[in-house]
Design a protein around this ligand. Structure first.
Ligand code: BES
Ligand code: MN
Ligand code: ZN
Length: 503
């Protein structure tokens, strides 16, 4: 599907379907009053057949077969005063899913009419294009007869003379949406496809092509051993799949650019290991690489977005399985940072391999800031459900930056505290730290505190626990399964990061 931005005057518009947005209890926006000639919108409203609730849809046909617009679809945006970016996601994401299952080839959508007080036009345009793109996502890799959609083109109209910024914003949203879809693909592929090696190959594919500004390095177990990455090696040692550390570099080419490292947990399947998980819903643990998927989603489109920041992606990838060779409770291992860890529970594996990746990122790139995405704890689901990610860090400014980017992108997150008492909870009696506490208290925070052990105080860092937001078990909003969380957030963060530095 192609998303194009067009500027034809309304009376010249020819399309199979034209979508216009209406707020609850309101008629057509003044600029679209010309539609009255062919479509009796007032009658529909008067009859009460359409009220404008968010995502509500109603189809009208023209009273004249010569009309260039063959169908008019009213799309509800809810109350004007409550219009928010979330409304955009719900309405246009839902619309895009619906369109995918109709027989139209090309449709046109008018950007909503906006108020001064509401979200800015540029943000609405980014979110609108992203939602149209992600709603169009299909995953047909494992069906003997893949479903196809007839929809080839969505034309977005941003008034008769769209401003440059709006056109750029729609492009940006479309591109980010494609990145989100890459992350959703990776998350949805089963564990026997999306292995550590598959993640590595995906990363390498982004570095090919003459114009790519991406460099990729993949380290296997021999190199990890030499390096001393005991966390990654321990987690993967019971699996037939070789563990990998995948490093991606994007250099923007600007002198003195700021540097951000983004780390993503890449457990391609988490059985729990010797501390085996219960069988029910264990299949969902294929999603345990959604942190890695977010990083790869970001890099899949970074050559197009071209942020003015150097970005480094680091993915520790492994499979956590029980075997005679697996690491086990009671073992003591040494992380890349030199700290010794007593293993209490082999199911608390993410923090072990993430620590090594954080150390690697900090030592190799000396970034100005670091963040990581990880499906790290079940506890975050208890705290925040599938609605928001949790964020903790060693620097209030960095946590704040992540929360802000979360809000603007729709990948919302909420901060949790990180004080000395929580750090004390992961002390071991006989080693430096242990990988799990004996009770389930403050599970998300203690996991964050563990990661913090690998990060030096000088590097601002934030950890985002996406165990609840990376995938949703049943339809929530307009998504089911892998959500691609994190991709849009990183791009908003990068934009703020570059802007703040320029000041
Ligand atoms: N990958 C899981 C966390 C998870 C749980 C992700 C549910 C998505 C949905 C992680 O490796 C894990 O098993 N965490 C344990 C930690 C505990 C043993 C300290 C957990 O949360 O139960
Ligand atoms: Mn686990
Ligand atoms: Zn896990």
């Amino acid at each position: 599907m192609e998303l194009v931005i067009k500027k034809d005057a309304l009376n010249k518009l020819k399309t199979e379907l034209y979508v216009v947005c209406l707020y609850k209890g309101e008629g057509l926006p003044a600029e679209l009053a010309g539609l009255d000639q062919y479509f009796d919108v007032a009658r529909v409203l008067k009859a009460g057949d359409f009220c404008g609730k968010t995502s509500e849809r109603f189809m009208l046909y023209p009273n004249d077969s010569k009309a260039g617009i063959q169908r008019l679809l009213l799309l509800g945006l809810g109350d004007r005063e409550r219009f928010a970016l979330k409304t955009v996601t719900t309405a246009f994401g839902g619309l895009s899913i619906w369109l995918k299952n109709q027989h139209y080839k090309a449709v046109a959508i008018e950007m909503p009419e906006l108020d001064e007080q509401g979200p800015e036009a540029v943000s609405v345009a980014v979110t609108m294009a992203r939602s149209l793109r992600t709603g169009n996502w299909e995953f047909e890799h494992y069906r003997s007869k893949p479903k196809t959609s007839s929809l080839k083109t969505i034309v977005v109209r941003a008034g008769e003379k769209p401003a440059k910024e709006l056109v750029a914003a729609l492009k940006r949203g479309d591109t980010i949406g494609r990145g989100v879809n890459v992350a959703r693909d990776l998350g949805t592929h089963p564990g026997n496809t999306a292995t550590p090696e598959y993640l590595a190959k995906t990363a390498l594919s982004f570095a090919s092509g003459k114009t790519s500004k991406i460099k990729v390095k993949v380290m296997g177990e021999a190199q990890l051993k030499k390096m001393g990455a005991g966390g990654i090696l321990a987690v993967g040692q019971g699996s037939a799949q070789e563990s990998k550390l995948i490093a991606l570099e994007y250099r923007c080419g600007k002198r003195n650019a700021r540097k951000l490292a983004v780390i993503g947990k890449g457990i391609t399947f988490d059985s729990g290991g010797i501390s085996l998980k219960p069988g029910a819903k264990m299949e969902d643990m294929k999603y345990d690489m959604c942190g890695a998927a977010a990083v790869l989603g970001v890099f899949s489109v970074i050559n197009e977005i071209q942020p003015d920041v150097d970005v480094f992606g680091v993915i520790p990838a492994a499979e956590n399985l029980p075997d005679g060779t697996s690491y086990k409770p009671g073992d003591i291992i040494e992380l890349l940072c030199g700290k010794k860890v007593e293993i209490i529970n082999t199911d608390a594996e993410g923090r072990l391999l993430l620590c090594d990746a954080l150390t690697y990122a900090e030592r190799t790139y000396k970034p100005d800031a670091m963040m990581d995405f990880a499906t790290l704890t079940g506890a975050v689901l208890i705290a925040l459900g599938h609605v928001m990610s949790a964020v903790v860090g060693n620097d209030p400014g960095m946590v704040e930056a992540v929360v802000e980017a979360g809000a603007s992108s729709g990948d919302t997150c909420w901060p949790l505290p990180m004080s000395e008492e929580y750090r004390d909870m992961i002390k071991s009696r006989i080693a430096d730290i242990c990988n799990s506490t004996n009770d389930r208290q403050a599970g998300t925070i203690t996991a964050g505190a563990f990661l913090n052990e690998a990060v030096s105080e000088e590097t601002p860092w934030a950890h985002v626990d996406i165990a609840g937001t990376a995938w949703v078990p049943k339809k929530s909003g307009y998504v089911t399964g892998a959500t691609g969380v994190g991709v849009h957030m990183v791009y908003d963060l990068l934009e703020n990061f570059a802007a703040n530095f320029a000041e």
